[in-house]
Design a protein around this ligand. Structure first.
Ligand code: FE2
Length: 374
């Protein structure tokens, strides 16, 4: 899998990420073989790059299955988009359609639970909030299920995730999508969105409005009290708030924004687990990464024995995937690639994810595309 800038995309490459627009329609579903027409369309949309599974057009790898079906995801994005539009127009929204989307998501989370979270999709700039809300809802529901919440709790969390950033309605788009550093004043406006969301949700007579409001209110609180708006600490933050905080940061880190690139899952993992001391509930964070691929299928890694491509990732072992080793430490392609499950080889360590530019050069020079081993 390689993250390629638009100008390097070629017909025959297979997409590893889906691309969504605001109204929820998917421009391109992952697993699609690119054609010249699709590449032109991506250019028109302003997409600057995309993860593809293969470089060589002779092979047709399949992306791993997602937790949400494409149908559920698209429907949920459409519903969130409708809700934001209705609230802007009328101050309230129809509860039923959104609750139905949440139910479809909860059903997917329960029945497709064998699938791990792989790569985040791509959102076209101004339309970030809707797809982000659906992803946060999916990740929150998934984590709620892993934390053994009853189905009603998973449903509440998923609904809460869909509405967690509702308060962003009060933030002008030029601040939300600003490229450069925010001024203190702009940041203060953004920091008001949890309370704005809370009061908007509470003002509507929705079923479960209180708990949905709490998710919106508390998703930027930190365990050490350094979050906002309340500076609450530890279990003074509702379990749902602690869950949504993890889902929100993970999705934000792994998405491309006007002011930052998309971090790989491995970098997001490192930031959240090693560089954010005191921010998250550690038990929940561990549970979260037991079901989120740190090295998604198709990732090329440098290990203590050479180079391999991730073939399979399993629940609870996301830092120890199954690899197909294809080159030695000196980058010589092996005459016979071999499979090795890191679960069974404790001495075999992953050193790093191979940089996309380096990988591209190597594939071009050697004529060997590791995706042929998937
Ligand atoms: Fe937020």
């Amino acid at each position: 899998m390689i993250d390629l800038p638009l100008k390097k995309l070629r017909p025959g490459m297979v997409t590893a990420q889906s691309i969504y627009n605001s109204s929820g329609a998917s421009y391109l579903t992952k697993g699609t073989e690119l054609t010249k027409h699709y590449i032109d369309k991506l250019r028109d949309l302003g997409v600057i790059g995309l993860h593809v599974l293969n470089y060589s057009s002779e092979i047709k790898p399949m992306p791993p299955e997602d937790i949400l079906s494409e149908r559920t995801r698209v429907m949920a994005i459409q519903r969130v988009c409708d809700v934001f539009a209705q609230i802007e127009r009328t101050g309230t929204f129809e509860f039923e359609p959104l609750a139905k989307a949440a139910s479809a998501m909860v059903a997917d989370i329960a029945t497709r639970s064998g699938n791990l979270v792989q790569l985040t999709d791509i959102r076209v700039h101004d339309e970030y909030t809707f797809a982000h809300s659906v992803n946060v809802a999916m990740l929150s529901g998934m984590l709620g299920r892993l934390a053994n919440l009853p189905e009603g709790g998973v449903q509440e969390l998923t609904m809460g995730g869909l509405l967690h950033d509702l308060g962003k309605i009060i933030v002008p788009p030029e601040i939300l999508n600003k490229r450069g550093r925010l001024t203190q004043n702009e940041f203060d406006i953004i920091k008001h969105h949890p309370e704005a969301g809370f009061s908007k949700i509470r003002a509507m007579s929705l079923p479960g409005a209180h708990i949905l409001g709490i998710v919106a209110l508390q998703h930027h609180e930190h365990m050490n009290g350094k979050g906002y708006p309340g500076g609450r600490q530890g279990t003074d933050i509702h379990l749902y708030g602690r869950i949504c905080a993890i889902a929100d940061v993970y999705d934000a880190l792994t998405s491309r924004r006007p002011y930052k690139k998309a971090y790989s899952p491995a970098v997001a993992y490192n930031i959240m687990v090693n560089c954010s001391e005191g921010q998250f509930d550690e038990r929940l964070l561990k549970l979260f990464f037991s079901n989120v691929a740190i090295y998604p299928v198709g990732t090329v890694v440098k290990t203590s024995k050479g180079y391999g491509i991730v073939k399979k990732v399993e629940f609870g072992l996301t830092d120890r995937p199954a690899l197909v080793m294809f080159a030695d430490q000196y980058e010589h392609i092996l005459p016979e690639p071999y499979e090795e499950h890191l679960r069974e080889s404790p001495e075999h360590e992953i050193d790093s994810v191979v940089d996309d530019k380096v990988l591209l050069t190597r594939i071009r020079n050697s004529g060997f595309d590791p995706a042929s081993l998937l």
